[in-house]
Ligand binder design. Structure first.
Ligand code: COI
Length: 375
């Protein structure tokens, strides 16, 4: 990365003693998801009237704030997630960080928070990954079942010291990150999904399109109820008709259907109430390139039930940055259980997963210019 740009934007304070290679390796062997963090973090304050202040790269650790900070009471917070991948030449590239920067700003706008310049967002992530590059796991296993990467978690919180309901006059943008393995414990396997007909995730005009903390907080109760029924994730339906598939709360959803003898990959269209996933969009592009008929449209839960009953629901999968592609083995609902593809990993789901991972890990040419070189 550009050293002049970095020094003009950030003060750098490194940890006094880095972890030993042995200790770092120990933490990186089976990192799981979101549990292991590298040794540094990025902090960039924002103050109304002054704009974005000078950033800092500093040792990873707790932050302090006023107990009257907006985020603690009114939940002014947005976040993103994207990954960096070790390349065959030993370097590191991240996947479409600019898309995450743009979506971050869409979320910030909806939450009445300041937008951050896209180049500052990307330079901050590059700096963290450059300083902590020893934390970026080594490539992919040959079966592509245990992808390991470096997960970047940029986020912004409303601070200031004021209990009136209003947008915060001070915000803090941060990036933390660390090595990440499979999102679901036990690695890639067909997941069981609860079709939620009571709780909704988002309604028109709400915050469904924003990646804000509150959306995830509201998903915890339905998520826990689903877990009690043996399901790992919840499939939300639209708020008005309680009929059309939306998303899984943290992931978008795709179905592979047989329609009139043709194989069609279908995903819910963008409605303003679902999160516009970068993985979703990338898979749409790749599926079309692989010659599949792909459609973005309204998909009703009645249609899924009928397709299952008629043997036309061939595969289903969830996708997102964290989980890449996770095949769905069973839909559970009040109407009954629908097992998909014999509860096995489906060939089309795995083909698409492989196609995306090949690009991310530099095993196939990046014809779309999706990869961003960091090191
Ligand atoms: C992602 O896969 O990008 C997500 O948003 C999941 C995350 C909330 C853990």
């Amino acid at each position: 990365m550009n050293a002049d740009l970095t020094s003009s934007l950030f003060d750098i304070q490194l940890v006094s003693t880095r972890l030993s290679d042995e200790e770092r390796q120990r933490r990186m062997v089976a990192p799981g998801f979101g549990k292991t963090f590298s040794e540094h973090m990025i902090v960039i304050p924002y103050r109304e009237g002054e704009g974005w202040l000078r950033g800092q790269l500093k040792p990873y650790g707790p932050i302090s704030m006023s107990p009257a900070a907006n985020v603690l009471h009114y939940g002014q917070s947005v976040f993103e997630g994207f990954k960096g991948y070790r390349q065959p030449d030993g370097g590191v590239k991240s996947f479409r960080p600019i898309c995450n920067a743009k979506r971050f700003n869409t979320s910030a706008h909806r939450l009445a928070m300041p937008e951050i310049p896209e180049d500052l967002f990307c330079a901050a992530a590059d700096l963290l990954a450059t300083v902590d590059q020893a934390w970026i796991p080594e490539a992919l296993d040959p079966e592509k079942l245990h992808d390991k990467s470096f997960y970047f978690r940029p986020f912004m919180i409303g601070q200031g010291e004021y209990l009136g309901v209003g947008s915060a006059s001070e915000c803090l943008f941060m990036i933390i990150g660390g090595p990440a393995g499979s999102y679901f414990s036990g690695g890639i396997h067909p997941v069981t999904i609860w079709v939620e007909e009571e709780y909704v995730r988002a309604s028109p005009g709400g915050t469904g399109q924003a990646k804000c903390g509150g959306n995830y907080a509201a998903s915890l109760l339905p998520g826990n109820l689903a877990k009690a029924k043996g399901c790992e994730q919840v499939l939300y339906l639209d708020a008005i008709h309680r009929q059309y598939l939306e998303e899984l709360g943290g992931m978008n959803v795709f179905l592979v259907l047989e329609e009139g003898g043709r194989t069609v990959i279908a995903t819910p269209e963008k409605t303003g109430t679902i999160l516009e996933g970068v993985t979703r969009e990338s898979l749409i592009t790749l599926a079309k390139e692989l010659g599949y008929e792909l459609c973005e449209r309204r998909i009703s839960i009645d249609e899924v039930e009928t397709a299952h009953r008629e043997g036309r629901l061939k595969e289903a999968f969830a996708c997102g940055t964290a989980a890449v592609i996770s095949p769905i083995g069973t839909f559970k609902s009040r109407r009954g259980d629908w097992v998909v593809n014999g509860n096995q990993l489906g060939p089309i789901s795995m083909e698409l997963r492989g196609a995306l991972l090949d690009i991310q890990y530099g095993l196939k040419p990046d014809t779309h210019g999706w990869m961003h070189r960091i090191v």
